[in-house]
Design a protein around this ligand. Structure first.
Ligand code: SAH
Length: 566
């Protein structure tokens, strides 16, 4: 009679979390092979079986013994905690079989029975820390060189994975967790939520929710799993919750706002979105819900949504989106009760995108009125923020599902709104409190023609109304100075860095009626021929000539640029 290998993951350790198949498999086997503690954990399920107990480090001999017994025709259960395929016995048993030339056809039968791994049992006790892209890393260098483990920690930290650390520390192995924390602090905030779970679903179960900087001040041992949140993970009521997606930023112009607000958080546009439709068919339907202009076509057949889909086991229930299901579940548990769950606002979850834009009082005007500031303050509220930028603008960030209301309200108050990012911006002076205003129409004309135009890298066009150029027009990428009723032009300033330099004077006495077209041609060529991220001064140097103006190397000595903060 052919034997059989049953490789069983029995879950975290409690009886209720052992699957039905795992229980049956244990009962139908003749021999149980496992590490002492594991055999004790499933003792309640044993009857006649012969038990082979081994020590923890004898994994290979355990696998060999299992294969030997199965070849003798026995039904052998090899038990692992959690899932046998996660730092468990499954791989080892297959390795022994491969070494012996095992074939699926005619060889001993193998069945791997899945179990709940520590990442999931521990995760469930902490709230919902996994949720998004995640990885498991074992810090045990028993079978893996430490250099490789450190590299993986580094990569996972860099890629913002939620990380579950298995085998984080033992009596002898104490350095690895310290080093892991050090690596992760390079990429994540010290306040990143961290959950430490000891003996999940076992007698001495203990959970701690702490932070990345504080995690080493808690008890960590061989029976601990540590879960480190990603940059979006939040603490709430002592629980760790990782949102299903990341907050998304968008700004004003069509080019930098590829998705309209109603297109956001839909699975077809943003795969991480909450509204994930599971069935392929629903995917197509959701596309049809928009007309050609991309406007949302309201769906009147919303009754299906109103019914508690949770109670159905029909296909409709399966294809409902997960946010909807969560809302319905919440409604069911709080029905009739004055439950705080009712205070839960779906918008808080559904509308996480941040609308980001720049505000200024005008191209030439540098003064804001109290009414404008009040309106701005009201729109931003407690949750948004306003940042004072070095470019004559206030940067506003606000969570909203109605950006149009914000832009029309602020525009109506006479404020100038601009997108953020790689766009052209006119940085004009205040024309001596608007008193030397002859050239203002030219500044405004340039703004109307190319202001907010998307370019390879942010482009500042300095525009000053007299030869004093006190607002530093010549320090910008492009400088324009009004003097004696004509214009001087400067190209290719290097605005930042230790080797920053002013722009090169390329022309004096440009006729006013030629200026706007000339500047437009320069910027349009940069837009067309500039490499992505290539600053204007580099572009000028590379193409050597723009509109007949030849590039000249800036005088001075060359200094290596420092990284930000160095
Ligand atoms: N096959 C197992 C993992 C074995 S490696 C699984 O899938 O879960 C051993 C490590 O698993 C331990 O060091 C610890 O990090 C984790 N672990 C196993 N059981 C656990 C439990 N009940 N609670 C917390 N962590 C556990």
């Amino acid at each position: 009679m052919a034997g059989k290998l049953l490789i069983i993951g029995f879950g975290p350790g409690s009886f209720e979390h052992i699957t039905k198949r795992a229980r049956e498999a244990i009962q139908e086997s003749e021999i149980i092979i496992g590490y002492n503690t594991y055999v004790d954990l499933i003792a309640g399920l044993l009857s006649e079986q012969q038990v082979v107990r081994t020590g923890m480090t004898e994994e290979v001999s355990r696998a060999q013994e299992a294969v030997r017994q199965a070849k003798l025709g026995k039904k052998v259960a090899v038990i692992s905690s959690g899932d046998a395929g996660v730092y468990g016995m499954a791989g080892l048993v297959y390795e022994v079989l491969m070494e012996q030339g095992w074939k699926r056809e005619g060889g001993v039968e193998v069945e791997v029975i899945p179990g709940i791994s520590a990442v999931h049992s521990s995760g469930s006790l902490l709230g919902a820390p996994i949720m998004h892209d995640s990885c498991t890393i074992s810090l045990s260098d028993h079978l893996t060189p430490w250099e490789l483990i450190a590299k993986r920690v580094e990569a996972a930290g860099m890629a913002d994975f939620v990380i579950a650390l298995y085998n984080p520390r033992s009596g002898r192995r104490t350095r690895q967790i310290v080093e892991t924390q050090r690596i992760l602090l390079k990429y994540r905030s010290p306040l990143t939520p961290v959950g430490i779970v000891k003996s999940a679903y076992r007698d001495r179960q203990h959970t701690v929710v702490t932070t990345l900087e504080d995690m080493l001040n808690h008890d960590i041992g061989m029976l601990t799993t540590i879960i480190i949140g990603n940059s979006a993970t939040k603490l709430y009521e002592g629980l760790m919750i990782t949102p299903r997606g990341y907050q998304r930023k968008y700004t004003l112009s069509a080019e930098t706002q590829p998705l309209k607000p109603h297109q956001r958080l839909k699975s077809e546009a943003e795969p991480w979105a909450l509204e994930q439709l599971e069935a392929e068919a629903d995917f197509d339907e959701s596309f049809e819900a928009y007309d050609e202009e991309g406007e949302l076509i309201e769906d009147d057949e919303s009754e299906e949504i109103a019914e508690p889909a949770l109670l159905k086991s029909s296909p409709q229930a399966q294809s409902s989106n997960s946010l909807q299901l969560a809302m319905e579940a919440l409604q069911l548990v709080s029905q009739g009760k004055d439950s705080p769950a009712l205070a839960f606002d779906s918008k808080l979850i559904a509308t996480q995108a941040i609308f980001e834009f720049a505000v200024s009082p005008g191209v030439a005007n540098k003064k804001m009125s109290a009414a404008q500031l009040c309106a701005l303050g009201e729109i931003v509220g407690d949750r948004g923020d306003i940042e004072y930028s070095p470019h004559h603008q206030l940067i506003v960030r606000v969570q909203t599902d109605d950006p149009n209301r914000i832009t029309s309200e602020l525009s109506a108050l006479g404020l100038l709104l601009s997108p953020i990012g790689d766009v052209a911006q006119i940085k004009a002076c205040d024309f001596c409190n608007l008193e030397k205003g002859d050239s203002i129409p030219y500044a405004e004309a340039i703004h109307n023609r190319i202001g907010n135009l998307e370019v390879p890298k942010e482009l500042k066009i300095g525009f000053n109304g007299c030869g004093m150029a006190c607002y530093g027009a010549v320090q910008q990428d492009i400088g324009i100075v009004y003097r004696k009723e004509k214009f001087d032009l400067f190209l290719g300033g290097k605005t930042v860095g230790r080797n920053a330099h002013a722009a090169q004077p390329v022309a004096e006495g440009i006729e006013p009626n030629e200026l706007v077209d000339l500047v437009t041609r320069i910027v349009e060529r940069y837009k067309k021929e500039g490499h992505p991220n290539e600053r204007f001064h580099k572009f000028f140097k590379r193409v050597k000539e723009i509109e007949g103006y030849r590039h000249q190397e800036a005088v001075g000595f060359v200094i290596e640029n420092a990284l930000c903060g160095d």
